[in-house]
Each structure stands twice: as C-alpha cells, then as structure tokens.
Design a protein around this ligand. Structure first.
Ligand code: SF4
Length: 191
C-alpha cells in the first residue's frame, strides 16, 4: 500500500509542469497540457482581410475575419508598423459597431412634445432636416458684425459629431459646415 502511494506521488510530481520544465529540454512540450493540445483556433475556416481602422487619422491596421460573408471578429494587425497589433478602445470596439443587433437601421423621429419615437422614411427625414436647416439659416444669418466687418455666418445652428463617424464623414461635415456658414462645429471624439 505504502509503495503504491509512493509510486502515485512520484508520478504526480513527474507530471507537475514545473518539474517537467526543470527536468526536460523541450519547454514548449513541458508547458503544454492535454487541454491545450485539444484547443482549436476560433478562426479556423475563416477568411481574413487586412484593413485600416476608419476612426481617426492614426490609421491603425486591422484584420477583419469573415465567415460565410459575415464579420466574425476584428482585431489589430500585428504586421502593421503603426499599431503592431494594438488598438485603442474605439478601434477595439469596431466589431460591435459593425455587428450589433441593437444598431438602429431605420430613421426614428420624435415629434415636438411627443414622448415616443416613431419610424419614418429616410426621404421624409432628409427633407425635414433640409427644410429646418434652410429656414433657420435664413432667419439667423449674420452678414456683418457690429463693427461692420463681413462675417457671413449663422449662430442659430450647431453641429455635434459622434465617435463613430469616420474620417471621410468628418471631412465632409466640416466642409459642409464651413460652406454653409455654420461656425459651431464640435465632435465628441478626442484622439
Ligand atoms: S481610432 Fe484608435 S484604433 Fe482607430 S486608428 Fe485611431 S488610434 Fe487607431
């Protein structure tokens, strides 16, 4: 009985990773467990497309993994000399922006004094925004300041951008605002 116990203890000690690493020559093998050997890559059978994070001018490289024409993951590209596989919190969340059941894909409109949102057609929403923009701009246009200097702007409209607007969208928004005399332009993103 004692001998059996001693043999069992000796076997347990021999399987102990630290003992295997100290006594063996192949550290990888010694550090590998049976469970590790059974693991398979979650990206097995997945097509990987190199891309660039669109959310700021740093231009971090990403890898977009696609399976059956669906994005299954987005991560930093270790081969990119810019980010070497890392991503900031915004870039790391790119997958959630692209694939998210909570993402709104229809226009929602809340009428003045209403307490509920209702779905409206995109065309209707665009027409309404254009009409309100035009009318407000006409009503609040300032051609010159009190000293008579030409300023040509409106202080009746402001533009607030969001973190998930990409570089191209922000470029066009700024151009649009400058061209239409909107001077209060701000963006939530700060990187
Ligand atoms: S938003 Fe973040 S991850 Fe994307 S390019 Fe800029 S720094 Fe890189």
């Amino acid at each position: 009985m004692l001998r059996q116990r001693a043999t069992g203890l000796g076997e347990t000690l021999r399987r102990w990773p630290l003992a295997r690493q100290l006594s063996g020559t192949d550290l990888n093998e010694a550090a590998t467990t049976a469970r590790t050997r059974r693991l398979r890559s979650r990206l097995h059978g997945v097509r990987t497309v190199p891309s660039v994070c669109p959310y700021c001018a740093v231009g971090c490289g990403t890898l977009i993994h696609v399976q059956d024409d669906q994005i299954v993951d987005i991560e930093g590209n270790p081969d990119s000399p810019i980010n070497e596989g890392t991503l900031c919190p915004k870039g790391a969340a790119t997958f959630q922006y692209a694939v998210n059941p909570n993402r709104l894909t229809r226009c929602l409109y809340r009428r003045p004094y209403s307490t509920r949102w209702e779905e409206v057609e995109l065309e209707w929403a665009m027409d309404r925004i254009a009409r309100l923009f035009h009318d407000t701009r006409e009503r609040t246009w300032i051609a010159a300041d009190p000293a008579g200097r030409r300023v040509n702007h409106t202080s009746g409209i402001g533009f607030l951008g969001g973190a998930t607007l990409d570089n191209e969208e922000n470029y066009l928004i700024k151009k649009f605002c400058v061209g239409t005399g909107v001077v209060f332009v701000e963006n939530q993103a700060r990187i």
